[in-house]
Design a protein around this ligand. Sequence first.
Ligand code: ATP
Ligand code: MG
Length: 385
Amino acid sequence: MSEKIILTGDRPTGRLHIGHYVGSLRRRVELQNEGDYKKMFVFIADAQALTDNIDNPEKVRQNVIEVALDYLAAGLDPEKVTIFIQSQVPELCELSFYFMDMVTVARLQRNPTVKNEMIQRGYKDSNDGSEDNDDNKRGLPVGFFTYPISQAADITAFKATTVPVGADQKPMLEQASEIVHTFNRIYGETLVDPEIMLPSNSVCMRLPGTDGKAKMSKSLGNCIYLSDSAEEVNAKVKSMFTDPGHLQVSDPGKVEGNTVFTYLDAFCKPEHFDKFASCFVGRKASFEFHSLDEVKDQYRKGGLGDMMIKNFLAAVLNDILEPMRVRRKQYEKNIPAIYEMLKKGCEDARAAAGETLAEVRKAMKINYFDDASLIEEQARRYGQE
Ligand code: ATP
Ligand code: MG
C-alpha cells in the first residue's frame, strides 16, 4: 500500500464555493476514489476561522455543519476519509506552541498570503506605526498573524505527505516545510516534509470571484456556492462582468481576463457542447460548437453575444452542481448522524495526532515521565542507586 498520507482543510466561515471545488475539493474526491493512500484526513479549521472571527463564534459554529454537508455533497466518503474538527484535537495547539519558537516574526511578515489577507480584512500593519492612530483599521490578532504556524502543526501532526490545495496555500506549505527542516535538524528526524499538490489546470489554482476580483472567497461575498439553487446560479452568472469593450454582439470580444471564460476553462467538459447545444441557438444567430476553443474563436471575432455564453456557463455549472444538491438534500435529512460521523472522525484524528506528539515530546526531551532512564540518571546523580 502507498505510504501517502493526504491532508487538507477548510475554514468554516461560510458554505463552500466553486473555487474550493476546483482548487481542492474535486482533487480530494478523485484521490479518495483512486484509493492510493495510507490515510486521508479532511478537517474543518474552526480554530483557524476564529483567528479573524473571535467576536463571531456563532458564525463559525453554524458553518461547521455547512462545510461538513458540502464535503458529503461533493462526494467525500467518511468510510474512506477521516473528517474532523480542528479544535477537538488539542494536540494541534500543543504542536503549534512548540513550532512558535522555530519561526521568526520577520519570516511571518514576509508571507505574501498573510500580507494579502491582512489588507483584505482591514488589519493594521503593526510595523507601520499606525496601531494607535488609525481608527479605520482593526488591530492584528496574534493568532491570525501566526496562523501559518498552526497550519504547519495541522499538517505535520498527521505526518501528511500530500496536501491538495489552491495556490494561495503555497506560502503556507513552504513555511511548513521550513519548520519540518528546522525541527528535524535540532531534534532528529521526526517530522515528515509535506508536498503541495496544486490543481493541474492553472485557472483552478486561484479561481476569481463573480466580481472579477482576484480570488473567489467566502469573506469577500463574490461566490457561487456549491449549495446554490439553479436559479441562484443563473442570476449570479447573469450579473457577471465580461469584456467591458464587448458592447454590441457584433463587436470583437476579449477572452483573457473575462471571468465567464475563466469559469468555462475550469468547468466545461467536452460532452457539454452536445448536451447544451441549444444555448447557442438564437433568433438572430446560431452556432454549432464542439470545443471551448471554437467558442473563444467566435467570441474574439464577434457575433457571439454575452447572453449566449452566460446561458451556456450557467447550464455547465448547474450540470456539475445538481448531483451535489441532490446528495446534500439527502444528508440534510439526518443532521445528528453527521455530528456522530464528525465525533468519530475527531476521535480517530486525535489518536493519530497523539502518536506523533508522543514522538515529538520524546525528540524534544520533554517526555519526563515516560523515560525511566532519565529518572534513574537523576537519582544516580543524587547518590540513589
Ligand atoms: P476565507 O475567506 O474565510 O479565507 P476561503 O474562501 O479563502 O475562505 P479557505 O477555507 O481559506 O476558503 O480555503 C480552503 C481551501 O480552498 C484551500 O485549499 C484554498 O487554497 C482553496 N481555495 C479557496 N478559495 C479558492 C479559489 N478561489 N480558487 C482555488 N482554490 C481556492
Ligand atoms: Mg482563505
